[in-house]
Design a protein around this ligand. Structure first.
Ligand SMILES: [Zn+2]
Length: 253
């Protein structure tokens, strides 16, 4: 099936107005943090790159922490390949700065006490390290975990490889797994036939959580500015930032 779906990430992708204007939203079932991560369970977010955790489920994880749930963050890569050929953002600077940006963002969301685990897998090379990643995740996951990760058809190779390794490791240890679209919003359009509509759940965010998530997204300075050395535009597109300002998040439960 995967090969039949065009998941190329081009331009600004599907406009946020097109998604928000989609009338079928009313039929999407809601779920909240307390039900997704029941008492006694731990929320574990497996992020391919530093910022995916906030873009995907920053609000939901913030609600988990407010409920007193344990939260752990697994950074698969340090995101060092975001600025090819850049003298402003060489890989060694990104390796230091991007994890710091994530930590600042987590503090905005009340997630400063979350456990942070960095796996140091090369950015852009997750698929080639899939077996090692699944083995490492198998050491981290426990049966009481609810694992969040990017969607298996998200469109970015690192996101899809991270999803597959997480699915494999979670199934082996009996942890529950929830996929979350990040780039999927970009390549897909409303009524996309490969979107898992029946698993789609909407998590409403209150005004304070939305505000804190916006502040958290603003912490990713390396991803929000044009690169003066190469002339490349910001990595996080306007459409991505607009989606992160929604008063809800979507998961595939
Ligand atoms: Zn990413």
């Amino acid at each position: 099936m995967e090969a039949l779906v065009d998941r190329q990430l081009r331009g600004q992708g599907t406009e946020e107005a097109e998604w928000l204007g989609w009338p079928a939203w009313k039929a999407v079932a809601g779920v909240d943090a307390a039900r997704l991560v029941p008492e006694g369970h731990r929320a574990v977010m497996v992020a391919p790159h530093p910022d995916d955790e906030v873009l995907a489920v920053g609000g939901l994880l913030s609600c988990c922490a407010a409920l007193g749930r344990e939260v752990a963050m697994v950074a698969v890569t340090d995101g060092t390949a975001s600025h090819p050929r850049s003298s402003e953002w060489p890989p060694e600077r990104l390796a230091k700065e991007r994890p710091l940006e994530s930590s600042r963002a987590w503090r905005c969301l009340g997630l400063g006490d979350s456990q942070a685990i960095r796996l140091g897998i090369p950015d852009g090379g997750v698929a080639g390290e899939a077996a090692r990643l699944a083995a490492r995740l198998g050491e981290i996951f426990t049966p009481r975990d609810v694992v969040f990760t990017t969607w298996r058809l998200d469109g970015h190779p690192d996101h899809e490889a991270t999803a597959k390794a997480s699915i494999e490791a979670a199934a082996r240890c009996g942890a529950r797994l929830v996929e979350v679209p990040v780039w999927g919003w970009h390549w897909a359009r409303p009524a996309e036939p490969h979107w898992p509509w029946s698993r789609m759940r909407r998590v409403a965010l209150d005004a304070d959580t939305v505000r804190r998530k916006r502040q958290a997204v603003a912490c990713f300075a390396s991803q929000l500015q044009p690169d003066r050395s190469t002339g490349a535009p910001p990595i996080l597109l306007d459409s991505t930032v607009a989606r992160a300002a929604r008063d809800f998040e979507v998961v595939f439960a």
